[in-house]
Design a protein around this ligand. Structure first.
Ligand code: ADP
Length: 632
């Protein structure tokens, strides 16, 4: 072997990695012990992988080796050495995993560092670059690794974190797995101190499912926290376990530790993280749940357990009812797993609903982070009511604060109210003052406000909630609201007498003037203070939905709408007079075009703002000309 020692090659780190190392080595001084957690986490992964191979009866070298992690500390030599008997790495893997090819997470981690400052080093493991954290404490790192194949060669990777690394072949007697020697910086010598290191392990890695020995003494005590009875696990242990598996720095906002024995046996421990990395802009949540069968990790990232709309949940599921040698493909169809999934999802949804009832402030925080993703669950038909129970919206209620639940809305509904009304638009201001709201306001009927494009699918997609139909306020058949008395009844008494014939003559003339721009002009039942509003034809898409479709595909024509006019409004009454005096009075054309332009602005569906501005300006010029004629 020794002759092969000459095979030494030198490589350069990819630019982003160099940049990352530079920050880690030269500017981070807090949270340095994160590196212990990261190296242990990598060793655990490597051990899990070897155990999985063993289960599948694949040939591995030294199959009699104990699966364990050994840490040796040498104060005099100022070294921290961690050894695992895991899967090890080939030369290609070495280069790819901790070498030249920048892992996709490097750039994201750097971004997070810039945004979040020194504390973000806690997040390093999330971005798949946790190994490099060792350079916060070490001035030189020597990693020796041997793959699990029977004749796998040994490689040693050495770097001082300053831009380059070398790889030697055949330079160590490592039997299987990986050994990392961290030559500690002078100011990091406490990581060679037994007491210091043991404490860090007890805090961060106590529940690691393999023995961790420090200078030959076993340190971790709890093996699989999710198999323990709830009463024997402290909050702190739960929280540290979460941080370990989720690579997140904050305590979770909710957790569900749930075990069952009959008819199905399983243990589950699930957490809702405080922050939603996807909403924060770090790409789609992709971590899944760790799946264990009889203490063996079958999948470190199972996407088959929770539905997509709960993809921010982290945790562990273990069941002894599943076959050990199951492949990931057949796992999806396993009837046991399907039943377990149903139970867990249902439990989790109930637990979240309970949190909303008992700890509204915590739920508010949870909703603000994860609500956008939970809403995607509107089409989980099996759990529809439970998911809908979790949704929160803003509403016309003054103190709604974006947190009105559907149950709460239903409780407040007017007894004669047909269903749950919602209206979509850009903002609270736009909706509160929208003409469509006038009737609802006058009758004191609450309307849910939706600002998120997905709501256009979510609310109509539910169809109903607790037997109440879900209706878009701008499409609803408002004649059904007749039975609900207006709250401002004295206003009703002061209403001017409406000449229906005059109003419908005017409507007819207006349709002639506007031509194809509108589907029809009708007399409105819904307006109180505004002269006119555009509404969708019955059963057509809601306005907001049309806007979305138009954004997605510019070829989707925005369907022409019905212009409703308020026969009690002075502008309309004056226009009626003009019309009665002279049915083809050109001033009427100007008024109608301008009125149409103003309601289009409110509706927000202007396809061609240039044409619209030109029409308004032309109307203004004509009326200015008429006014100046008059004044002459
Ligand atoms: P992550 O573990 O999140 O992928 P790291 O930067 O910590 O990111 O590690 C990069 C990769 O290097 C790991 O995915 C793994 O493939 C490999 N690796 C690191 N440490 C070990 C180890 N002790 N044994 C085997 N492979 C390892």
């Amino acid at each position: 072997m020794s002759t092969e020692k000459t095979k030494k090659q030198s490589y350069k780190f990819k630019a982003e990695v160099s940049q990352l190392l530079n920050i880690l080595t030269h500017s981070l001084y807090s949270h340095r012990d994160v590196f212990i957690r990261e190296l242990i986490s990598n060793a655990v992964d490597a051990l899990d992988k070897i155990r999985f191979k063993e289960i599948k009866s694949e040939e591995i070298s030294h199959s009699d080796l104990d699966l364990e992690i050994n840490i040796t500390l040498d104060k005099d030599a100022r070294t921290f050495t961690i050894t695992d008997t895991g899967i090890g790495m080939s030369k290609e893997e070495l280069i790819e995993n901790i070498g030249t090819i920048a892992r996709s997470g490097t750039a994201d981690f750097l971004k997070a560092m810039v945004a979040g400052g020194e504390d973000s080093v806690n997040l390093i493991g999330r971005f798949g670059v946790g190994f490099y954290s060792v350079f916060m404490a070490a001035e030189k790192v020597e990693l020796t690794t041997r793959g699990s194949g029977v004749d796998a060669p040994v490689y040693t990777w050495i770097s001082d974190g300053e831009g380059r690394f070398t790889i030697n072949e055949g330079a160590d007697d490592n039997v299987r797995g990986t050994k990392i020697v961290a030559y500690l910086r002078e100011d990091a010598e406490d990581f060679a101190d037994e007491f210091r290191v043991k404490n860090a392990i007890k805090k961060y890695s106590n529940f690691v499912p393999f023995p961790i020995n420090v200078n030959n003494e076993r340190v971790n005590t709890i093996s699989a926290i999710w198999r323990e009875p709830k009463s024997s696990v402290t909050d702190e242990q739960y929280n540290e376990f979460f941080k370990f598996i989720a690579h997140l720095p904050d305590d979770p906002v909710a957790r569900l530790h749930f075990s069952a024995d009959v008819p199905l046996q399983f243990h589950s421990l699930l957490y809702v993280p405080k922050t939603n990395m996807e909403i924060m802009g770090f790409g789609r949540e992709d971590d899944g749940i760790q799946l264990f069968v009889r203490r063996v990790m079958i999948d470190s990232n199972s996407k088959d357990i929770l539905p997509q709309y709960l993809r921010f949940v982290r945790g562990v599921l273990e069941s002894d009812d599943l076959p050990l040698n199951i492949s990931r493909e057949t796992l999806q169809e396993n009837p046991h797993l399907m039943k377990i999934k149903n139970i867990i999802v249902s439990k989790l949804l109930s637990q979240l609903a309970e949190l909303a009832n008992t700890q509204p402030d915590a739920y508010k925080e949870l909703w603000q982070q994860h609500g956008r993703i939970i809403k995607e669950g509107y089409n989980d038909y099996a759990n529809k009511d439970k998911v809908a129970e979790l949704f929160r919206f803003d509403s016309s209620k003054p103190d709604a604060d974006g947190l009105v639940g559907l149950s709460e809305y239903v409780e407040r509904m007017h007894e004669k109210q047909e269903g749950i009304f919602f209206l979509s638009g850009a903002s609270r201001e736009a909706l509160i003052n929208h003409p469509t709201m006038e009737l609802f306001k006058s009758k004191g009927i609450e309307v849910l406000f939706c600002y998120d494009p997905i709501d256009e699918f979510v609310l109509p997609g539910l169809f109903e909630f607790k037997g109440k139909k879900i209706l878009s306020a701008d499409q609803a058949d408002i004649s059904k609201l007749d039975e609900i008395k207006s709250e401002k009844s004295e206003n009703d008494e002061n209403k001017p007498e409406i000449d229906k014939k005059a109003a419908s003559d005017l409507a007819h003339r207006m349709k002639n003037i506007l031509g194809d721009k509108v589907e029809d002009v009708k007399i409105s039942e819904r307006l109180v203070d505004s002269p006119a509003v555009l509404v969708s034809k019955d059963s057509a898409m809601s306005s907001q939905m049309e806007k979305i479709m138009h954004m997605v595909n510019k070829d989707t024509k925005i369907a022409s709408k019905v212009l409703e006019i308020n026969p009690a409004h002075t502008l309309i009454l004056d226009m009626e007079k003009l019309y009665q005096n002279d049915a083809v009075d050109p001033r009427l054309d100007i008024l109608v075009e301008s009125l149409y332009a103003s309601v289009m602005l409110l509706d927000g569906t202007i396809e061609d703002p240039h044409a619209m501005a030109a029409a308004i300006q032309s109307a203004l010029s004509q009326s200015a000309a008429m006014m100046s004629d008059k004044s002459e």
